[in-house]
Design a protein around this ligand. Sequence first.
Ligand code: PLP
Length: 389
Amino acid sequence: MSLSRRAKEVSPSATLQITAAANRMVKEGKDVVAFGAGEPDFDTPEVIKQEAIKAIQSGFTKYTPTTGIVDLKDLISKKLKTENALDYPASSVVVSCGAKHSLYNIIQVLIDEGDEVLIPVPYWVSYPEMVKLAGGTPVFVQTKKENDFKIDVNALSQYLTKKTRILILNSPSNPCGVVYDRQDLEKIADFCVKNNIICISDEIYEKIVFDGFKPVSIASLNDKIKKLTVTVNGFSKSYAMTGWRLGYCVAEPEIVSAVSNLQDHSTSNPTSFVQKAAVMAFSLQDDYFNDICAKFQERRDYIIKRLDGLKEFLSYKKPDGAFYIFVNISKTGLDSFTFSKRLLEEALVAVIPGAPFGCDDYIRVSFATSMEKIKKGFDRIEEWIKKTQ
Ligand SMILES: *Cc1c(COP(=O)(O)O)cnc(C)c1O
């Protein structure tokens, strides 16, 4: 038996690998503090759960239209208008099985063999693999910690070739919590428009921002960039609904119809009763998000204090959004896998190595866990690093 070239080229998700190793140790009875989580530690809000139960009991368990039910698409269209200044009719929305699925679909319909996709480093681990699965070539755009890991637009043109088709933007970002402001986005938009490059804007962490930061959707800047942008969002991170699998994209009609066709012949519609539950998610008010952001911010600030006490070993860039802190470990002289493996085995703390995000001298620490665990974990990290360094 021989697997396809496509399948052979894809790497397994490294974030899931470490989580699996940590879970194994927990099963063996070890008291592991896990900073690997890529999902909120909060429970899905009760109103959303109840709506799903109601939908199941009322028999809403059959196929729906491929791109989603009308009431959900209407609400998404309304949300984008009021919150993101994006004017798209419900017919321009495709609801999929998670934002990851939306991203996969978009990349599948936009690139041909050999097409190049610009991916800023550090990147979410799935972007390059999705590009490879579509036959494309990921082109990594280097960024600097001193520049808050933001793209230097002046340096972008050096990556351009005749095959450049897409730029992937993720703000607030996983793994470093960078949030692009309006000025940054204007420069990126100009670059895309000038070079006719499609921008995939992954806005999944939009609701998780600190110090009152207000994320801007790049497609809202002007009509020219709107025509070139596919905006992706979903319910996983904002509503603690990771396991429900629901996300969406909006774009120009041509792209939307291609994504819809692809979905027709792959997954069809996302789960019917999950869509009903998501309708209810839109009833949650600002205080729900304010509360979540306040909790994450308190944790971030605590971690920063602890890291400031370990300056001889570790440095970081303060995240403005999402729930991760990307920590530079170069002073330890260890690569990211060795660091993470030893920290897990010797100090029972699980973090994610930076290499799969494109940065081998970093680790990713998730603060989607309780303050109590964060304190315990950082006590252990401090003791371990002082002992071994
Ligand atoms: C979690 C995550 C996603 C995927 O979210 P789902 O809706 O659960 O598929 C997409 N992009 C980034 C950067 C993420 O961290």
